[in-house]
Design a binder for this molecule. Sequence first.
Ligand code: HEC
Ligand code: HEC
Ligand code: HEC
Ligand code: HEC
Ligand code: HEC
Ligand code: HEC
Ligand code: HEC
Ligand code: HEC
Ligand code: HEC
Ligand code: HEC
Ligand code: HEC
Length: 398
Amino acid sequence: MKHVFTTSPVLVFSAFLILGGMQLAGQSAPDCLTCHNDPALQDSAGHKASVDGHTFASSVHGSLPCNACHADIKDFPHPDHIAPVDCKTCHADEATALAGSVHSNAKDHPCTSCHGDAHAIFPKTDARSAVYPLNVPRTCGTCHSNDGMAQKHGLPNVYPAYMDSIHGFALSKEGLLVAASCQSCHGSHHILSHKDPQSATYKTNIPKTCGGCHAKIDADYEQGTHGHAVMRGNLKAPVCTDCHTAHSILQPTEAEFRMQSTPICGSCHKDKLSTYHDTFHSQLGSLGGYVETARCWDCHGAHDVLAASDPRSPIAPANLVVTCGRCHAGANLRFVQYQPHANARDRKLNPALFYVRLFMNLLLASVLTFFVIHTVLWLIRARVDQVHNGSGQGGNHA
Ligand code: HEC
Ligand code: HEC
Ligand code: HEC
Ligand code: HEC
Ligand code: HEC
Ligand code: HEC
Ligand code: HEC
Ligand code: HEC
Ligand code: HEC
Ligand code: HEC
Ligand code: HEC
């Protein structure tokens, strides 16, 4: 409320009525509409010059005189060329925010590119409004589903991905008003590139942006190793969108997400992925189709991921019986000795396995060497015999 005198449309409008009301009385909407309500009315260049008086009257500006916006019209007949309307007169906050955003250089009218027909603007809570939550994706999509624009500005074509995501589905198919629409994550007027540290979509701001709705998950995430790392400024650790994406978010219980998520953790933890691949759990999961086996987060958690040395961690030695026991009924201390990341190549980490592997490899090598030597000797002997017998036969025939 601190900017109330510069920004309240109602106050500005009142000032309009008080200061200018008397002279403008003859130029109210009905007067202008005697000509402009005609759907066939065009200007000299052939552009539409009609205004649907009925829609205008029901719009949020319906009680304004026409020249509250077309401020340069003072008299009849009005001039042919009329100055563009400046919404800033009454909506200074939105105009200032827009001027500093990625959309500051819109070619058309900067405000109507999202709010639609200037004479049919409705409150954002009205289903007829272009910025009613259910309509926002389509409104932004008029440009952001456009391949030409995407190429020209090097931007991804996000609209189709979003519409197939859990949020797009919830919004468009279920009409769930609280699901994330474009402006929930990007804002509406002060939209910035994700490379700008001020942006709601800048990497370190994403947990708070998603956490605006997913508050419990954000709290868990911020307690975990990944959240801590990001808050310390380690941009290599993951935020929400590294694991879920921004516009193609899937329902995590879906098989498709479960199949994708191991490679996602593995894309950063390459060593752990390769050791996981050596285990029974991974081989079961890679048999094709969908198998309910242990994936990374079944043992580590998804959001409050913690180091093994942290007593709260599900992989802390004291918690393993519970963690493994979720799937292995009757798991005991002996069972959890099994190492999910056993690495037979690492002597320091797994000495027993290392020497077993070394022994097996040596055994294999000596067996192989024995057979190679044996085979070579056998071949030489066979050849010698052949030459010997062959020369004997040749002599007989000659
Ligand atoms: C006597 C009929 C008449 C009345 C009354 C009238 N207009 Fe117009 N208006 C026109 C015509 C005709 C045009 C097309 C002008 C042209 O030739 O370009 C036009 C054009 C316009 C344009 C568009 C100019 C452009 O560049 O395309 C605006 C805005 C406008 N009028 C606003 C108003 C407002 C506001 C009022 C009331 C204060 C009003 N008019 C009253 C006939 C009228
Ligand atoms: C909320 C502000 C606002 C009000 C109120 C308003 N207009 Fe407009 N009008 C605009 C804008 C914005 C444009 C788009 C062109 C521009 O940027 O000036 C426009 C364009 C027009 C045009 C040009 C044709 C077109 O549709 O682009 C006409 C004619 C017109 N207005 C007439 C009227 C009449 C008649 C009224 C009153 C019934 C009225 N306007 C009330 C904002 C307004
Ligand atoms: C990039 C698209 C976009 C542009 C451009 C845009 N708006 Fe908006 N506007 C929105 C969205 C989306 C909302 C709804 C915000 C919400 O739901 O919180 C909105 C809401 C509003 C509101 C209601 C604010 C509130 O919190 O109640 C006003 C007033 C407004 N816009 C005016 C303007 C003006 C004036 C301009 C031009 C200076 C403009 N807008 C340009 C997208 C846009
Ligand atoms: C003469 C002052 C004035 C001008 C100029 C003006 N508006 Fe408004 N506008 C108002 C008033 C008054 C309201 C209704 C009061 C309110 O609810 O904030 C309003 C409401 C709105 C709303 C709905 C806010 C909501 O509740 O969601 C939008 C969107 C909006 N205006 C956009 C525009 C755009 C776009 C322009 C330029 C084409 C414009 N306005 C020009 C006075 C104005
Ligand atoms: C759940 C949050 C969320 C929703 C909903 C969302 N976005 Fe995004 N969007 C992001 C994030 C975060 C980024 C940053 C890049 C990334 O992580 O992929 C982004 C990036 C973008 C980009 C690329 C620009 C850039 O900064 O690289 C565009 C364009 C975009 N979004 C438009 C939209 C549109 C249009 C919609 C609605 C159809 C939408 N977004 C819905 C979160 C969201
Ligand atoms: C009239 C067309 C148009 C509409 C409508 C529109 N945008 Fe954009 N948007 C653009 C253009 C063009 C750019 C590229 C601007 C530039 O790079 O100069 C852009 C850029 C962006 C970017 C940043 C891309 C970057 O540079 O990283 C985001 C995010 C974005 N838009 C989101 C939205 C959202 C959300 C909406 C709806 C509330 C929306 N846009 C509505 C045309 C539009
Ligand atoms: C405006 C609020 C809002 C914001 C912001 C938001 N979400 Fe959501 N999200 C929802 C709602 C509501 C659902 C439930 C949809 C359903 O179940 O149909 C949901 C569902 C999900 C789901 C599916 C899981 C489930 O329980 O249904 C995931 C995953 C998700 N969101 C991730 C994110 C991520 C990541 C971000 C940030 C990039 C984000 N959300 C931002 C409201 C939001
Ligand atoms: C390291 C990867 C990763 C990060 C970072 C991450 N998630 Fe998740 N998220 C997952 C996985 C994996 C699941 C599936 C968990 C399950 O099925 O038990 C999940 C599940 C979810 C769900 C579904 C509800 C639930 O608890 O199962 C939502 C909603 C969600 N995440 C939102 C978020 C938000 C918001 C953030 C950022 C604050 C975030 N996630 C960060 C991997 C991640
Ligand atoms: C974008 C890369 C990235 C992704 C994706 C990722 N991590 Fe991490 N992870 C890191 C980084 C970086 C650290 C180290 C954080 C720090 O500085 O303490 C870490 C730390 C950890 C730790 C603690 C290790 C330790 O020594 O403290 C565990 C356990 C872990 N991640 C498991 C997972 C699991 C499980 C997933 C998937 C659900 C996952 N990570 C996804 C980058 C990632
Ligand atoms: C069957 C349960 C289980 C699965 C599945 C699993 N882990 Fe582990 N993970 C553990 C246990 C137990 C430890 C601690 C002992 C160790 O380091 O071998 C651990 C250790 C780790 C560590 C080091 C933690 C630390 O504090 O040093 C990281 C990082 C890690 N795992 C990532 C992953 C990733 C990535 C995946 C999936 C590719 C995965 N884990 C799959 C149980 C599992
Ligand atoms: C999400 C469920 C799940 C979790 C959690 C899980 N496993 Fe498994 N595990 C399986 C499934 C399914 C199989 C294959 C079916 C079977 O043999 O029981 C399997 C197989 C095994 C096997 C080989 C077969 C056997 O039963 O002897 C071992 C050893 C094993 N898991 C150890 C562990 C250990 C240790 C943990 C905890 C660190 C753990 N698992 C956590 C699901 C899980």
